[in-house]
Write a new protein. Structure first.
Ligand code: SF4
Length: 225
């Protein structure tokens, strides 16, 4: 992507987010809609839907699931502020779906997912990421047929958008405290494999180069040489 295209894309994202925050198309959803920073990045993460804390603060992954997610990312060299400012943080739905009758957050219905998909699909076209990281089953099924974590986490897949844009896909489980999948086998091993694949991806390495963690470790390596 050229510098001009990059600048135009960032401007278009800012406009997109101005429209997004006004979106009230889903009567069963609780807003205001949440989005990340308007950053054109080779890495795009797609979460499921914000929780109440995210809606209150207007920041994706700002509470307990975010703590786990950013701990995973820190283990492969990118701290939370660097990720937030250098990666595009998207989601399947941008509003809080409310609570399910049996507890936990309600899973958005098919009509809500479809209505909200225009936002993340436009983000894909504007940012043209080389690596997409869908987080959690609802995000994973937007990109691939299988939704069994055991079948898809721990491997790299290919994605082709309806307009023909191609990207690598490396799915992650949802880091919610309610999930036990990534705390037990085979989830533990598959999560470690997925993080190793992300770590080795050129798009991840590109944004990691600006991370303070990477610069400190590079300075240490130079000092030791
Ligand atoms: S869930 Fe998406 S489409 Fe529905 S109101 Fe919120 S932003 Fe709009």
């Amino acid at each position: 992507m050229t510098t001009d295209t990059h600048t135009r894309g960032a401007g278009a994202l800012v406009h997109l987010y101005r429209d997004l925050v006004d979106c009230r198309r889903c009567p069963g959803m609780q807003g205001p809609p949440v989005h990340g920073q308007a950053v054109i990045s080779p890495v795009m993460m797609v979460g499921q839907a914000p929780g109440t804390r995210e809606i209150l603060q207007g920041i994706p992954f700002c509470w307990t699931a975010g703590k786990t997610l950013f701990r995973w990312f820190e283990s492969i060299g990118i701290d939370e502020p660097t990720f937030r400012s250098r990666a595009l943080m998207s989601a399947v739905c941008r509003c809080f779906p409310g609570k399910a009758p049996k507890g936990g957050d309600r899973v958005p219905d098919a009509a809500e997912v479809e209505r909200c998909s225009g936002w993340w699909r436009t983000e894909v076209e504007l940012a043209q990421p080389r690596l997409i990281i869908p987080v959690g089953k609802l995000a994973i099924v937007q990109f691939m047929a299988s939704k069994r974590l055991n079948d898809v986490v721990g491997a790299q897949w290919s994605y082709r958008s309806p307009s023909g844009l191609e990207a690598d896909l490396i799915p992650l489980p949802h880091p919610s405290g309610a999930s036990t999948w990534f705390k037990m086998e085979p989830g533990k091993t598959l999560l470690a494999r997925a993080l190793a694949l992300i770590d080795a991806h050129s798009a991840w390495q590109e944004i990691r180069a600006s991370s303070p963690m990477e610069q400190t470790s590079r300075a240490g390596r130079i000092g030791a040489a």
